[in-house]
Write a protein that binds this ligand. Structure first.
Ligand code: FAD
Length: 406
């Protein structure tokens, strides 16, 4: 029988959330294991800014998340690679004349947020983790089993390569299809949006003006997110959510036809869509774990909740889970409480569940409102957007909430 290796905390999954938690707790006196199914070798980050060099997965990172990444020492690396601050956001309805503009000047901020390639964030976090001696990395290691030894309360994790790890606390940061969540029998409430999101990078004719452009079409929202470019070359990342039945047809279009379809969907606001990189489609599903914790187990980020990407809040909520869980673990440490203790984990759940649920409900409300085609509802939402646009304090409150500082 393989002898178990003993840790205080085992983190399953080294995406943004898992590697952020490892970085946040490193150097604080915990023996940690970070288990990742993919390679943990630091990815090569391509330097030239051309269409093919961008990661198709990007995130709109709020100032609050930037602060967390700064606190764990990763932000400088992210910023020295490349990112695009967005200073404006313009949202409008395809079925009417209503729209709303947000500007960082409205709240005396330098930026509303930052568009960052996901692999740049993970790479910066993993570099922090690699520099720490208290995190043991298990690269290309897949979780096989996770059980609680009821008599001792110890968690036991088996990996596919035969390694066995024991810990006080197992953190599930293994994403939307979390195996830990399933193995430990966490219940979820979930439903399919009936949407998939097409994601790609495009080159556009006109400068993006450091603006996130979002148009609500009857088939779903379309976002053009600004990327760093060159004086004569302008790039955007696209998140185009649409009903399932349309996705395969749009993915199959020739490049020229896809560009034309996209250009007309965004009403040519950035001139011609000149070129596109490879296209990918992600299924969109709302999912929320009824509980985030059990004795010795905590779910964070997408393992606990997934939401529609229309307001780019998924990983921002996930990073706040990470920040709060790390805070509670450290507060417990100062009182001599082990990290897997249920009372400690429940405090984490209490502090995070409300905010996550509120954001999920807001996203669902937006999506439902913009799908309504009945004339009175279309009129109401367009009038509503115009009205909010004119109401300074309400608009400022909305901006601050989206920035994570409300
Ligand atoms: C189209 C789209 C656009 C989005 N845009 C934004 C945005 O602008 N802003 C924003 O905040 N959010 C956005 N999101 C949401 C955001 O991408 C997710 O919330 C975020 O990636 C989740 O990070 P995570 O670390 O929880 O999970 P993941 O990124 O899924 O990482 C999980 C990790 O666990 C590993 N793993 C899985 N199973 C196992 C196993 N059995 N054993 C070992 N390792 C395992 C995986 O390999 C992976 O590395 C978007 C989502 C989509 C779909």
């Amino acid at each position: 029988m393989t002898e178990a290796r003993r840790f205080d905390i085992v983190i399953i999954g080294a995406g943004i959330a898992g590697s952020a938690l490892a970085a946040a707790l490193s150097g604080k006196g915990f023996a940690m294991a970070l288990v990742e199914a993919q390679s943990l070798a630091l990815p090569e980050l391509p330097a030239p800014r051309d269409l093919q060099s961008f990661d198709p997965r990007v995130s709109a990172i709020t100032p609050r998340s930037r602060q967390l990444l700064q606190e764990v020492g990763a932000w400088e690396t992210v910023a020295s690679y490349r990112l695009c601050p967005y200073r404006h956001m313009t949202v409008w309805d395809a079925e009417g004349t209503g729209g709303i503009d947000f500007d960082c000047a409205d709240v005396n901020a330098q930026a509303l947020g930052y568009i960052v390639e996901n692999r740049a964030i993970v790479s910066a976090l993993l570099a922090q983790v690699a520099a720490s001696s208290d995190v043991t990395s298990f690269s290309e290691a897949r979780l096989l089993d996770c059980v609680r030894h009821e008599a001792t309360g110890t968690m036991r994790v088996a990996l596919e390569d035969g390694a066995v790890l024991e810990a006080d606390l197992v953190v599930a940061a293994d994403g939307a299809l979390s195996r830990v969540r399933d193995m430990m029998g966490f219940a979820t409430r979930e439903w399919d949006y009936g949407h998939r999101a097409i994601v790609t990078t495009v080159q556009v004719e006109q400068p993006h003006q450091d603006t996130c452009w979002q148009r609500f079409l009857a088939s779903g929202p379309l976002a053009f997110l600004p990327l760093p470019g060159e004086p004569d070359r302008h790039y955007c990342s696209i998140v185009w959510s649409m009903r399932d039945e349309l996705v395969d047809e749009v993915l199959a279009l020739e490049e020229r036809d896809f560009c034309c379809r996209l250009e007309s969907a965004i009403e040519g606001r950035l001139g011609k869509v000149l070129h596109t990189a490879a296209r990918f489609a992600f299924p969109l599903r709302q999912r929320h774990a009824v509980d985030y914790v059990q004795p010795g187990v905590a779910l964070v980020a997408d393992a606990a909740h997934t939401i529609h990407p229309l307001a780019g809040q998924g990983i921002n909520l996930g990073l706040q889970d990470v920040a709060v869980l790390a805070e509670e673990i450290l507060a417990g440490q100062s009182r001599g409480v082990r990290p897997g203790q249920l009372a400690l984990l429940r405090r984490y759940q209490r502090r995070r569940k409300g905010e996550n649920l509120l954001m999920m409900a807001a996203m669902d409300g937006f999506k439902a409102l913009f799908e309504q085609q009945a004339l009175p509802l279309r009129w109401l939402r367009n009038a509503g957007m115009r009205r909010v646009s004119q109401m300074g304090p309400l608009k400022q409150q909305l901006i601050r909430r989206a920035m994570g500082v409300g």
